[in-house]
Design a protein. Sequence first.
Length: 767
Amino acid sequence: MSLSPRVFRRALTIGLTGALCATLSTVALAADQGKAEGRLQITTLSNKPHLVSGGDALVRVDVPPAVALGKVRITLNGTDITPAFRQDAAAHALEGLVSGMHLGRNELVATADGPGRSSRSERLTLTNYPSKGPIVSGPHVQPFICQTQNFRLPDGSFLGAPIDEDCSVATRVDYVYRSTAGGALQPLPGTASLPADVAMTTTVDGVTVPFVVRVETGTMNRGVYQSAILHDPTHEPPPSPFSPPRGWNKRLLALHGSGCPGGWYIQGAAQGGNILDVTRLGEGYALFINTLNHPSNSCNAFLAGETTMMGKERFIETFGRPSFTVSTGCSGGAYTSLQVADAFPGLFDGVLINCTYPDALSIALSALDSRLLSNYYLNGNPAGFTEAQIVAVSGHKNARAWYDLAVQMGRTDPVPGRVDPIPPSPLLGGYNSAVWSPAVPTALRYHPVDNPGGARPTVFDVARNIYGVDPATGFARRPFDNVGVQYGLEALNGGVISKQQFLDLNERIGGYDQDASFVAGRTTGDVGAIRRAHQSGVTLGGSGGLASIPVFDTSLIYDDDQVYHYQWFHFAARERMKSWNGHTKNHVMWRGGAPITALFGIPHPYGLQLNAFVAARSWEVFIDWVKAYKANASNAPQLVKVLRHKPAAAVDGCFTPSATPDFIAEPQTLSSEPDSQCNALWPSRSFPRKEAGGPLHANTLKCRLKSLDPRDYEVSFSADEWARLEATFPHGVCDWSRRGEGEVRVVPGASFGPSPENQVFDVTAAD
């Protein structure tokens, strides 16, 4: 979203004060099987063995009962590292932090003497990548602007200048504490003793500790990472996987940011979420984040997934395994949570999202449609559409809502200074192409004439490793396609627009070229780019990790009038899960929240009070849900556990619009009609592709075509009119009953290089 980071930090504070790729049950099953077969079993606990980063890995060796733990010898690349492992007598296993790996393949071997055989051994290959990355996201995108020198630390100082071209700095640890006087956390004067005014906090586990927080800051995958956790350095040993801080409740919270426009080619000088959240820290939660998880710095959710994977690995190697990991976020933080959870199964055990979009691409693609409509309507309008008619074609509530989505096409437009007649919004202003962070020098920026080889500021080019590159232009391939789309079909069949208006609109609607300039013909999307968007989860599918974890969606921002935070995006995300999984039993939707204007400080009768109520209640129900299913140690499939332990309060519903709201339990549906209590209170509108007959999930990016059929229309066309239709759609019209071209399931744990495991595309080898 293009709202300022300050506005969204405020929204997140008010609205929500608040990667293991194999589950622990899977690890346990494998260990039990190995023991039953009388063999050693080696398992990595901090990440998958082929995705290790930074030279370290937390490793477990399960040992058969007949073999004494002291008889096991462990080597790394031939060097004995047995002393790095600790004995777990209860589990009859060894755990250790394996360090000192070289880049590439490393051989870990566990050997033991035992009865019946002179010796037995097992080996595991660990593939280590640099902490600078990349691992699975493809080659680092260039240019890339370092900003460590502008990154402010908890004590008010700055992180310092980078030490290499990958924006690296030395890792550092700072301590902050909460005073008995309350307020924000402040720097701890020293680590020899605690100040007299240090407050105490009691965690959700009932453990009372000084409110002192350890904040680790460093660089990872070219972003600035941070973790925060309760830890008293004056009385506790340094944290390790074997001596975690007393105050940690073994729960881990991943934070993300917001936005998208301008989120390219920069490291980021600030995080997108509050790593010093006194509410969650005081309850004992640990938090972690990276500047590349803030879409305003990096609008590439697949890169965010890789970064999250590396960040969680680092956390586990520092503090140990969490009992569960959850993710939360609003707007860009919501779609990052969803996309990371889906494409990287196992990183998150549940997501609690609000102000929801499925992904940044959904905003961009619908905005491309909306701006085609605005171009037709505001530049001639030859068929004489009224504003009400064109609003009906757009699906939105009013013209302002339609225009506000149209201006978001700017995130696909690389040409600076584009002028557009869209009436400026009082909140967003007018159309803004080529959005850049001021940190990127002008000399590096694309211009079609002055600098055609410059970096292009679009959601496509920042993810060029996924979309691929057109060798003819050097630009990222684009997934937008409107061939066969019958704009205004529902309005025609509903008698809202005339046949002549329908025909003229579709004859003249046109499309875009690679520079997002209007062209007369329709746009043909690149099928390979579309397929990879689905495979990578850059367009959210819902068939990966989201299929078997709790997904809890709340509104918090309710506004179908302006600023494009529209309710249909919530429903689109859920419909994608249903489309692939056949159900949404693990998805809960609560509706009701403040209008967007309340976040700009415009007074509202209940706005932020309602948000605070919903945020607190949804967090409580969500955490109870995750805690309950993660405590189930049975061999049942994860989805079975999730549904078996779903709390009674985790049902669809909405809240009455007041500062002290009541909850109305009923299934949530997309409708602007008062056909239910919730739809009467919180009506929701549509979008151009749905009004063209498309699906609610809005994930058929390039429709399959079918022949024109008079039975699809509630009107009769004359021979001349039918000939115009055939000329407009010479290859047919969209068949929305079928999945689109390239519309495939997400590939869980996909790689776009350099990791060869599960690699679906290598941009360096493509034409």
